[in-house]
Design a protein around this ligand. Structure first.
Ligand SMILES: Cc1cc2nc3c(=O)[nH]c(=O)nc-3n(C[C@H](O)[C@H](O)[C@H](O)COP(=O)(O)OP(=O)(O)OC[C@H]3O[C@@H](n4cnc5c(N)ncnc54)[C@H](O)[C@@H]3O)c2cc1C
Ligand SMILES: NC(=O)c1ccc[n+]([C@@H]2O[C@H](COP(=O)([O-])OP(=O)(O)OC[C@H]3O[C@@H](n4cnc5c(N)ncnc54)[C@H](OP(=O)(O)O)[C@@H]3O)[C@@H](O)[C@H]2O)c1
Ligand SMILES: Cc1cc2nc3c(=O)[nH]c(=O)nc-3n(C[C@H](O)[C@H](O)[C@H](O)COP(=O)(O)O)c2cc1C
Length: 683
């Protein structure tokens, strides 16, 4: 059967832009030739110019890539290691590589490496210069991909002193000041590396994504370059300006768009229309390893709030029959969410292409190796927009930069000003309004990126959503339950934001498919079932404890004797959002739950929260923790306020019970945490 794939790069579609493009191409080539001649004083060719043409916009841009000589294995390398969950640290690492290659590339190679792919135990001591970009998650913990690197470094630092004496390093920690342990991973890694004898260069960076993380990154790297210019490890290319801030994708059209037609296109359209908006394992393109993910069938979706509530919380059951997935109560499930159809349709309209366009993306040149090709094969625009592009989350600066690079006329003026130094105040205001990509496209409909530019450098990847599994495999070995608070809130631009995954769950019907995977969590029931359990989980924080209670009920039914279990739950009122009320009552009657304490926050004139109930039962709880029953304390739910307040209550309780100072009570909590008896699953 003959294939009718038309490998058409967009460029040939539009003859007038081609004419213009050819002329510009010539000019750029001449300019590059002149530049190279200027650089001839150096025996090492600095950069080789490449020209890329965005066929749709007709934009010609000079990009640079490393020549074979620059990539010479003889040159020492600088390693850029990133630990990320949602991609910011990786983006920053690639941006640093692009800039540093321009600035110091004559004498050094720059390698961006995923922390997960790096064997620190055997290799770190042999590096010369390492730049770490590490995000903090959970309860001040590393990202999944950096966990091994982090654990190894912390452990080694307690055992060795000058293992890394020949290594110079810099760290930029990514975090959010609203969380209790702001940039904890960056801070702890900095200390551990110093303890291992490594030498820091430049200041330790901290990026706060509650404010302007891009501005924090700009400031840190400017200071880092100053410090690196002064140290002997790197040689600055004198041709380059003092501060070069370029993005990994600045002005480049990193991926060419290949449009398919005929039979090949029809095949893709037919295949993808049967996806039912879940997609087969391995085709999610959202970062998880295919072997980790499975297609689950939706068993049921039901509302947990009572009719009097003006909010919503959904109970979702996913059947995992046919997959090799297993889980424990307390684990997380990652869900590959999808965009709502209305947003997908609007994005296609703004891109000026029909939803059934079938295309694939191809790297334009070796510099495109910095850019992830999100698709392993041809796809329809509908599937690409549905599964891959983050259309609705607040847009980041790099995406705006890549979008602005394609703008012309007044749109270009407006966007360039926004991104310039003079536009700093405007950018701050823009940033605070948290516009999403769709809103930016709506505001500048004349900016028409090619699909290569759109998916390669503008649209961030749609992120996996995690949920604390609210079931136990004992009664539900082939089913995973999720308890999801439905997000529906106004954004600063006045748009009502319905959470992407909340909406996704809200649209699901029994029989629909969802792509998901299980992530292990350290928060499990005590191994010794006679230990007491204290669970604190208001709102959706109840989720893992429903799993714990199912587990305990099954264990009891099989004749196991269990220690006491206390649950502190909180919600607004009994008549609105007391979720799983009947189930909790049943667990109490069966003895799986020894004591249930519910704080209704909006029943009276004053707010009553879980921590108020904990303090009321302070001496009993402290006795459970300090006494024979060696209670394990678990907290789940909101990290920004609840978890901090509950921590304070725990401290007050122990202080009163032990008649000790606040510092001593805090030390007691720390020792509980160290022994795995104080665990928090907070987000
Ligand atoms: C380990 C872990 C466990 C979790 N467990 C649970 C659980 O059991 N139950 C649960 O309900 N959740 C849980 N979450 C949270 C969950 O992962 C999702 O974050 C949550 O469901 C919201 O996702 P969403 O796609 O519906 O909302 P999103 O669309 O991601 O929106 C999330 C927030 O960002 C804001 N936002 C988004 N876009 C914009 C914009 N353009 N402008 C302004 N603001 C915007 C929204 O208003 C909202 O506050 C957990 C998270 C983690 C990390
Ligand atoms: N970013 C996300 O993706 C996401 C997803 C889900 C939930 N959340 C957030 O997580 C939190 C929990 O959401 P939810 O729907 O599960 O619960 P919720 O219904 O918002 O809150 C549950 C109960 O906790 C109370 N509460 C508020 N502040 C508290 C504090 N400092 N200490 C103890 N209790 C407190 C609430 O009281 P009052 O409301 O009366 O003050 C309510 O009674 C919310 O803040 C929500 O915005 C975020
Ligand atoms: C569920 C969750 C937990 C987080 N926990 C912390 C934390 O404990 N401390 C902190 O400083 N930042 C915390 N953050 C903020 C992230 O570190 C921050 O958003 C960072 O920019 C993410 O980088 P990444 O995109 O590379 O993953 C948390 C964010 C989320 C979504």
């Amino acid at each position: 059967m003959s294939s009718s794939v038309e490998s058409l790069v967009y460029l040939p579609f539009a003859l007038p832009p081609l004419g213009l493009a050819s002329a510009l191409l010539l000019v750029v080539c001449l300019a590059l030739l002149l530049l190279r001649q200027r650089g001839n004083g150096s025996s090492i060719p600095l950069r080789q110019g490449l020209v890329s043409i965005d066929g749709q916009s007709g934009k010609v841009s000079a990009t640079t890539t490393e020549t074979a000589e620059l990539d010479s294995p003889d040159k020492p390398r600088c390693l850029l290691l990133f630990g990320t969950q949602t991609g910011t640290a990786e983006r920053f690492a690639k941006q640093l590589k692009a800039e540093m290659s321009l600035r110091y590339g004559a004498t050094t190679n720059f390698d961006v490496v995923d922390a997960e792919e790096y064997d620190a135990a055997s290799k770190l001591k042999e590096e010369r210069l390492v730049i770490f970009l590490l995000a903090t998650y959970g309860d001040g913990e590393p990202t999944d991909n950096a966990a091994e690197l982090y654990n190894w470094t912390i452990k080694a630092s307690a055992e060795e002193q000058d293992l890394l004496k020949d290594v110079t390093f810099a760290i930029f920690g990514l975090g959010n000041r609203q969380y209790e342990h702001f940039c904890a991973v960056g801070k702890r890694m900095h200390k551990a590396l110093k303890d291992l004898g490594a030498t820091p260069v430049g200041p330790r960076g901290e990026g706060d994504d509650d404010e302007d993380i891009e501005a924090d990154f700009d400031k840190w790297r400017t200071e880092l370059y100053d410090a690196l210019d002064k140290c002997s490890l790197l040689t600055k290319d004198q041709e380059q300006p003092d501060i070069t801030h370029v993005s990994a994708t600045d002005g480049a059209n990193p991926l060419n768009t290949v449009i398919l037609s005929g039979e090949a296109a029809t095949r893709v359209q037919q295949q993808q229309s049967s996806w039912n908006w879940g997609h087969p394992s391995g085709q999610n393109g959202q970062g998880a390893k295919p072997q980790d993910s499975f297609m689950a069938t939706v068993q049921c979706v039901r509302e947990l709030h009572k009719p009097a509530s003006d909010r919503s919380c959904l109970h979702v059951e996913l059947n995992t029959e046919g997959s090799s997935m297993d889980y424990a109560a307390g684990d997380h499930v990652g869900v590959y969410t999808i965009n709502p159809p209305a947003a997908v349709e609007e994005a296609a309209r703004l891109l000026n292409l029909p939803l059934d366009t079938v295309f694939s993306l191809e790297a334009t040149d070796s510099s495109s190796s910095n850019i992830d090709n999100p698709f392993t094969g041809p796809t329809t625009l509908q599937a690409a927009l549905t599964h891959h592009a983050d259309l609705l989350a607040p847009i980041n600066k790099a995406a705006v930069q890549a979008f602005a690079a394609l703008a012309k006329g007044s749109s270009a003026d407006k966007l360039q000003r926004l991104l310039s130094k003079d536009g700093a105040q405007e950018w701050k205001a823009w940033h605070r309004q948290s516009r999403c990509l769709l809103e930016v496209m709506r505001e500048f409909p004349d900016v028409q990126p090619s699909l290569g530019a759109f998916f390669g450098s503008i649209a961030p990847k749609l992120q996996v959503r995690f949920y604390s599994i609210s079931s136990s495999p004992l009664p539900h070995p082939r089913s995973i339950h999720i308890t999801c608070a439905y997000i529906d809130e106004p954004t600063p631009t006045g748009r009502q934001h319905k959470g992407v995954c909340s909406q996704h769950f809200g649209r699901l019907k029994p029989g629909d498919r969802v792509s998901a995977f299980v992530r292990r969590s350290p928060m499990h029931l005590p191994q010794n079932s006679s230990n007491a359990v204290i669970m604190i989980g208001p709102g959706t924080g109840l989720a893992p404890f429903r799993g714990f209670l199912q587990d305990r009920a099954s264990q009891m039914a099989s004749g196991k004797s269990l220690g006491p279990a206390w649950l502190f739950f909180g919600c607004r009122s009994k008549t609105q959002d007391y979720i799983y009320e009947e189930e909790l009552a049943d667990y109490q009657s069966s003895g799986a739950l020894t004591q249930l304490s519910v704080a209704f926050s909006r029943n009276g004139p004053n707010k009553v929260y879980v921590q108020d109930h904990m303090l009321k039962h302070g001496s009993e709880l402290a006795a459970l923790i300090e006494g024979q029953q060696t209670a394990h304390v678990y907290v789940c739910g909101d990290a920004k306020h609840m978890a901090k307040d509950v921590h304070k209550a725990l401290q007050t309780m122990l202080q009163q019970h032990k008649s000790c100072s606040a510092a001593e009570a805090e030390a007691a909590i720390q020792s509980l945490a160290d022994s795995g008896r104080y665990m928090r699953d907070v987000w």
